[in-house]
Design a protein around this ligand. Structure first.
Ligand SMILES: *[C@@H]1O[C@H](CO)[C@@H](O)[C@H](O)[C@H]1NC(C)=O
Ligand SMILES: *[C@@H]1O[C@H](CO)[C@@H](O)[C@H](O)[C@H]1NC(C)=O
Ligand SMILES: *[C@@H]1O[C@H](CO)[C@@H](O)[C@H](O)[C@H]1NC(C)=O
Ligand SMILES: *[C@@H]1O[C@H](CO)[C@@H](O)[C@H](O)[C@H]1NC(C)=O
Length: 262
């Protein structure tokens, strides 16, 4: 206490003042700022927890109620669509160009669904967050037409044999999932809207509207879906959705949004 007052008033001898490493007095450096220490009595703790609990009950009820209204129906088609005679060698069947892989399935959804109805596909055990795979893209190339030649990180899907750049380059775009779906009810086709399934931020600041696909899937080994070369990347919403990283191995992506009541 004595020490403190003396330094406060600057009354230490002039000699030691020069060499002293003592910090200048302030309430902050002396840790004298006003403080409040809660006194946790059982009554206080119980009252606080009860009050917070009561605040969260309506929030919880609201979330529970709205999630209860969501009707979700799931249909797994990889096994259903494989007839027993080809199931023995499924890989050969999938790789073959001559087999017809169209699969028609009647699917009864018990509950009533209200528009908008969203359709997703889900891949299990697909490691879209694999270290080399996740880097195999070039964001500059996706965004600017002038950056077309930038194919760093895209190896081995970066250039054609004639050294032309591939747009969009990289394994992610190359491996784009391309199963297609058609939905009908009572033999009437559902009108399907494929617009606005991607995030607006991706469309407006990651995928350029002057960048068009080029030399895509034109090499020897075709990975997945092809892209329409007269549609800019910002409108290729399937690609944008595919490009979003998934940190879980059960990749779930939007395919369609059905805004039309059937
Ligand atoms: C494949 O089969 C479906 C019906 O199962 C048929 O509608 C379609 O035309 C067939 N496609 C080809 C290329 O034969
Ligand atoms: C999807 O890609 C594979 C490989 O290129 C191709 O064999 C298949 O016909 C494509 N499917 C559709 C529906 O385009
Ligand atoms: C590609 O897109 C253009 C413009 O939207 C369209 O007219 C054309 O039919 C599309 N081509 C294919 C093969 O889908
Ligand atoms: C995916 O992750 C990579 C690496 O973490 C990152 O560079 C890239 O921007 C991400 N892509 C998207 C669409 O979020």
């Amino acid at each position: 206490m004595m020490d403190m007052t003396s330094s406060k008033d600057g009354q230490s001898p002039p000699n030691s003042k020069k060499t002293s490493k003592k910090p200048k007095y302030s309430k902050f450096s002396q840790q004298e700022l006003p403080a409040w220490k809660p006194f946790l009595t059982p009554g206080w703790v119980i009252a606080t927890f009860t009050a917070i609990g009561i605040i969260f009950i309506p929030i919880g009820l609201a979330s529970l109620f709205s999630s209860g209204k969501v009707v979700e129906a799931e249909f797994r088609y990889d096994e259903t669509c494989l007839s027993p005679d080809v199931a023995k060698d499924a890989v050969a069947y999938i790789k073959s160009d001559t087999t017809n892989k169209t699969c028609t399935h009647k699917w009864i959804v018990e509950q009533k669904m209200q528009a908008p109805v969203f359709i997703y596909y889900q891949l299990e055990n697909y490691y879209q967050n694999h270290r080399r795979y996740v880097k195999s893209r070039n964001d500059k190339q996706l965004w600017r037409k002038s950056a077309e030649l930038q194919t760093d990180h895209c190896d081995p899907v970066d250039k054609t044999e004639g050294k032309e750049p591939i747009v969009p380059c990289g394994l992610i775009a190359w491996s784009m999932f391309n199963d297609t779906y058609k939905f009908s009810i009572d033999n009437k086709d559902l009108t399907i809207n494929k617009k606005n399934i991607a995030w607006g931020s991706d469309k407006n600041s990651k995928f350029g509207h002057e960048v068009y696909p080029k030399n895509f899937q034109s090499g020897g080994l075709i990975g997945g879906a092809k892209l329409n070369e007269s549609v800019p990347l910002s409108e290729q919403e399937d690609l944008i959705v595919w490009d979003e990283n998934s940190s879980i191995t059960n990749v779930q992506k939007t395919v369609w949004e059905d805004r039309v009541r059937s």
